[in-house]
Structure formats: structure tokens, C-alpha cells
Design a binder for this molecule. Sequence first.
Ligand SMILES: CC(C)(COP(=O)(O)OP(=O)(O)OC[C@H]1O[C@@H](n2cnc3c(N)ncnc32)[C@H](O)[C@@H]1OP(=O)(O)O)[C@@H](O)C(=O)NCCC(=O)NCCS
Length: 158
Amino acid sequence: MLTLQRLTEEHGPAVLRFEIENRAYFARSVRDRGDDYFVHFAERHAALLAESDCCFHVLIDDDGRVAGRFNLVDVAEGAAELGFRTAEAVAGRGLAKEGVRRVIALARAEYRLDRLTADAEVRNGASRAVLRATGFVETGPVERGGQPCVRHVLELSR
Ligand SMILES: CC(C)(COP(=O)(O)OP(=O)(O)OC[C@H]1O[C@@H](n2cnc3c(N)ncnc32)[C@H](O)[C@@H]1OP(=O)(O)O)[C@@H](O)C(=O)NCCC(=O)NCCS
């Protein structure tokens, strides 16, 4: 069974393992975090937990391993931006869709948000498929980090 948990200090080692094990996999579709991220992971993890405008979550499997990360950042005025990544070992099994659905439910019921946005690179077919399947609507092109992306929006109040 998988549980979606709000990120805590205790998740640090499992999150680091997830990021190390999947680094090459993630780098095939999103920008690599860079060596510094891994060298200074503990400080960065602590800094994330201190962020007041973010809600970070991990999808945890029965063995206590991180299967995915689902984050709401830049939470302000009823809106937030969604980001997510799941482990290569469980790719294509619907985990990303499941995690996004659970975060949407939290965004509605617990965080009381009205709107989520997510930018996916044009070439990131899997990410766009996940967003489409979970109800997001494409609203147009945007550029992120020099890459052509598609903005997706989900109105939660409807
Ligand atoms: C994108 C990502 C989260 C998908 O995770 P996942 O657990 O494999 O996703 P799911 O199994 O829930 O769904 C994947 C969907 O993408 C589809 N898909 C996979 N590769 C695809 C491709 N190249 N083009 C189009 N669709 C694709 C699958 O068919 C599936 O859709 P379907 O069930 O409707 O057929 C994962 O690949 C990942 O972490 N990638 C790196 C980080 C990233 O890109 N994050 C998103 C940033 S916006």
C-alpha cells in the first residue's frame, strides 16, 4: 500500500536515496539537480521544511521507500504550482496519476486552494499524459529554464 505523507525531517534519508537512485532517469526528462544538491542535501532538506509557501509530499511504499514526490510550491492567493516525480522502478504503473490525484484532494479539502498550475516540457509526454488524466487543461505555451513548455491549469473550485 502507498501512503501520501507530508514531508518531514525523518524522510530525509529516504528522499536522498530516491534522488540518487533515479538521478539519471529524471535527467532524461527534467533538468538535473546538479552535484551540489547531493553534497549539501541535509541543509537543503532542512531549508525546504522551513519554506512557508510550499507543501511538500512523499508517496511512501510498504518498505518505507519513497516511490514519488508531489509538491505544491509558490502557494499564494488560493493558487499553487504542482511538481512531481516518481521512481523509475515503478514507472508506467499509474503511480504519478495516483499521487497527483491525492495531492489534488488535499489541495481542495485541506489547503483550500482554488487553482493549481503545472508546466510540463513539450517533449515530456509522460508528464503531459499524467496532467491530462488528472483533469488539468492545457492553456498555452510558456518557457521554463529556456525550454519550451505547456502550461496546465486545474480549477479546483469547479
Ligand atoms: C512523468 C512521471 C512522473 C510519470 O510517472 P509514472 O508513474 O510513470 O506515471 P503514470 O504511470 O501514472 O502515467 C504515465 C502516463 O504517461 C504515458 N506515457 C509514458 N511515456 C509517454 C510518452 N513518451 N509520451 C506520451 N505518454 C507517455 C503512459 O502511457 C501513462 O498514461 P496512460 O496510463 O494514460 O497510458 C515520471 O516519468 C517522472 O518522474 N519523470 C521525471 C520527472 C518529470 O518529468 N516530472 C514531471 C515534471 S512536469
